[in-house]
Ligand binder design. Structure first.
Ligand code: AVJ
Length: 320
């Protein structure tokens, strides 16, 4: 439910999530089949992503955690004292405490569209920081969000970790950054994780690990379609592929048909030729200039920037 108590997930008579069905049917009907990345994250997908953060090849989580752990003094120096930390997405049990510890905020406001994740992480945080007021808000942060009255007069620090901004193409990322600016207000600060462009081998390995965890994460989408949308996709004939798209500076995940296949979803027939793909996720990588440019386009002026010791990942502090 959203703030007004309205159901955010609309189910039809058969209990099918309409937004999921509409997105998948439209995405599979395009010349280049492509599906929005958000549908990768059902319960199984979210668990598989947690597993990904633990694999040796997937450096972003470790690199970002290193920055948050080592740069606490810098954060305390550059972030307004007594800020309300507004986290976009339910907090990670590792990263969020590192930030809160460093800056001793006046309040913590986690925003998430999923009430279950939100309540779980808010409870965990309250237990770790007994004196800290926690005000969870169940909302879609792609829109303007009305913050709780208790934090209205405090300085705001937005926190958007995990390089999730990299999942969006530029115009969507700019829309989101502008919404965040609207939600937090002029003069607010934003601490945002942005993964960096680096050699192809490192990038491909991070998204195509030897243990096959990322492949399972990707194929899980096809399984979910079969389960929830009455699909007949032959999952075992789809191979995971991570591609570097140099023009767009992004890693793309694809599901590649290993032979010509036919299947149906919600009674609608689809075919794939051998080698044809479903494009399931983008993960954009940034340079110093391209990262700054994106933030500026979204209404945020970069103030400080930190990278891990190996220079793989950046955390940027910007001001509205
Ligand atoms: C959660 C979107 C940040 O793009 O690195 C990891 C998702 N996909 N491996 C990323 C992901 C494949 C991840 N984000």
């Amino acid at each position: 439910t959203d703030q007004k108590g309205l159901k955010l997930v609309e189910l039809d008579e058969d209990g099918v999530d309409r937004a999921f069905r509409d997105d998948i049917l439209a995405g599979l009907s395009q010349p280049q089949k492509a599906t929005p990345a958000r549908w990768l994250y059902d319960d199984a997908g979210s668990q598989l992503f947690e597993d990904i953060t633990q694999i040796p090849e997937y450096y972003p989580t470790r690199a970002e955690t290193e920055i948050l752990r080592d740069r606490g003094d810098d954060f305390a120096r550059h972030i307004s004292p007594g800020s309300a930390v507004v986290e976009f997405g339910s907090g990670s049990s590792v990263k969020t405490p590192l930030l809160l510890q460093a800056i001793a905020p006046a309040a913590y406001v986690p925003l998430d569209i999923s009430g279950d994740f939100l309540r779980a992480s808010a409870a965990e945080l309250s237990a770790k920081f007994p004196g800290l007021p926690v005000h969870p808000v169940e909302a879609d942060f792609n829109r303007l969000v009305e913050l709780p009255a208790e934090v209205r007069d405090l300085p705001k620090l937005g926190f958007f970790s995990g390089s999730t901004i990299g999942n969006m193409i530029a115009h969507t990322a700019v829309d989101l950054l502008r919404s965040m600016r609207g939600t937090l207000g002029e003069g607010a600060q934003l601490l945002i994780g942005m993964d960096l462009v680096k050699d192809r081998e490192t990038l491909i390995a991070a998204y195509d690990d030897a243990g096959g965890v990322t492949a399972e994460f990707n194929r899980n989408l096809a399984r979910r379609i079969n389960r929830e949308l009455d699909g007949t996709i032959p999952v075992d004939k789809l191979r995971h592929e991570a591609r570097w798209n140099d023009l767009h500076a992004r890693i793309e995940m694809h599901l590649v048909a290993e032979e010509a296949i036919e299947f149906s979803v919600c009674g609608k027939a689809f075919t794939m030729e051998e080698g044809e793909t479903i494009h399931t996720e983008n993960s954009h990588k940034f340079g110093r200039r391209s990262g700054n440019m994106l933030l500026l386009a979204g209404g945020w002026t970069p103030e400080e920037r930190w990278t891990d010791a190996e220079g793989r990942y950046s955390v940027v502090l910007a001001r509205a």
